[in-house]
Design a protein around this ligand. Structure first.
Ligand SMILES: C=C1C[C@]23C[C@H]1CC[C@H]2[C@]1(C)CCC[C@@](C)(C(=O)O)[C@H]1[C@@H]3C(=O)O
Ligand SMILES: O=C(O)CCC(=O)C(=O)O
Ligand SMILES: [Fe+2]
Length: 386
């Protein structure tokens, strides 16, 4: 760790625990969580308790969430597209969150993808651990992130994998599933291959609309992401008898560019709007779209990265699927000139997704201040090199 990072860590950064030997992990109970989670009965281990300052309840006030009908993007009615762009613009300037309907994704495919979440998380823990996420990597299985963090653990299991938008075979995900979980998971891989293809198409339509809504050429962001590598994540949140004291996913913004999320009918996603937490009512026919930190930078700070979290339920298990759109890792993240030409200052220096991703995997636990902390870190590590 650089000395500068240590200085930062004292004030703003939440750092990983020092790397531990397998022996000390056992002593700390980390491996025990992984193998017993989510069957843990009785009292919730202290590592899952979150500070009371974070546990503020959502308001009962209904959120007037913008629902954007994407069907209009196909028939090319200019007025309808302008109206949709206005809805998106208003939502993104304010909080960075909207939902889309008539998105063209086959509901049977969404059901099939949920079904495969059950296949995945019902595997024996020994098999899930064969696909365990390696330190610093984004793909693989994780139980409560217990091997990465030692406090404020999230009450969830996740399975993540990468999806190359271009230049890979149409069995990239099948191949990954087979390599980490074995031949039996071929069908699961096929379902997610199809799901990710559908997400890629959907993200391209949303990028076009975002471009139009910012007054940028509709093709600009579409092109920027065409050779990207996105992250698909299946989330499984077991029921929790101390649901009021923990989170499934704590408060954060996504460091990625755009998140297309589907949640099941249990509900649990909450967004921070007007200084309050609001529950997002589950809608089977809709996808939730969140602006992430990287898109905030691509819009020169105009569009807000959405602050959100997921709460867990005392009695019911919950599932969600997140497709995190990311550019190619070495692409320079900077806003199009049209957004900075009218004497508007650049809000963020250039960076690459690879740098920001590395920061979240090796130096900082993503939260609601990731981008600011990353920029501070980048500045201090650059200055220490000279
Ligand atoms: C780049 C990423 C880091 C996380 C997965 C993707 C996009 C979202 C990030 C995350 C979900 C934000 C909340 C905290 C986190 C640790 C989690 O709860 O999973 C984050 C992911 C991660 O670092 O694995
Ligand atoms: O499960 C959810 O509803 C949200 C999950 C989330 O925010 C994430 O994985 O980044
Ligand atoms: Fe998120």
């Amino acid at each position: 760790m650089s000395p500068n990072l240590m200085e930062l860590s004292a004030s703003t950064l939440v750092l990983y625990p020092a790397s531990q030997s397998e022996e000390s992990k056992k002593e700390n109970g980390v491996l025990a969580f992984e193998s017993n989670f989510p069957q843990m009965k009785g009292e919730m281990p202290k590592e899952f308790f979150w500070p009371s300052g974070d546990l503020i309840k959502a308001t009962q006030e209904e959120l007037k969430e913008p629902l954007v009908n994407l069907g209009i993007m196909k028939n090319g009615d200019e007025k309808a597209i302008a109206n949709a762009a206005e809805l998106v613009r208003h939502a993104c300037l304010k909080h960075g969150f909207f939902q889309v309907i008539n998105h063209g994704v086959n509901p049977d495919l969404i059901d099939a993808a949920y079904h495969q979440i059950d296949t995945l998380f019902n595997l024996p823990i020994s098999q899930k651990l064969t696909a365990k996420r390696k330190p610093g990597a984004l793909s693989g299985y994780s139980g409560a992130h217990a091997d990465r963090f030692s406090s404020k653990l999230p009450w969830k299991e996740t399975f993540s994998f990468l999806f190359h938008h271009q230049g890979f075979s149409n069995s990239q995900i099948v191949d990954y599933f087979e390599s980490v979980l074995g031949q039996d998971l071929q069908h699961t891989g096929r379902v997610y291959e199809e799901y990710c293809e559908a997400m890629k198409e959907l993200s391209s339509v949303i990028m076009e609309l975002l471009g139009i809504s910012l007054g940028v050429d509709g093709l600009h962001y579409q092109r920027f992401f065409e050779d990207g590598v996105s992250i698909m994540r299946c989330n499984y949140y077991p029921p929790c008898n101390s649901a009021n004291h923990t989170f499934g996913t704590g408060p954060h913004t996504d460091p990625t560019s755009l998140t297309i999320l589907h949640q099941d009918q249990v509900g649990g996603l909450e967004v921070f709007v007007d200084n309050k937490w609001h529950a997002v009512r589950p809608r089977a026919e809709a996808f939730v779209v969140n602006i992430g930190d990287t898109f905030m930078a691509l819009s020169n700070g105009r569009y807000k990265s959405c602050v959100h979290r997921a709460v867990v339920n005392r009695l019911r298990e919950r599932r969600s699927m997140a497709y995190f759109v990311c550019p190619r890792e070495d692409k320079v993240v900077k806003p199009p000139e049209i957004l900075t030409s009218k004497n508007e200052e650049r809000k963020y220096p250039d960076f690459t997704w690879s740098n920001l991703r590395e920061f979240t995997q090796n130096h900082y636990r993503a939260d609601a201040a990731t981008l600011q902390s990353f920029l501070q870190w980048q500045t201090s590590s650059n200055s220490s090199n000279f």
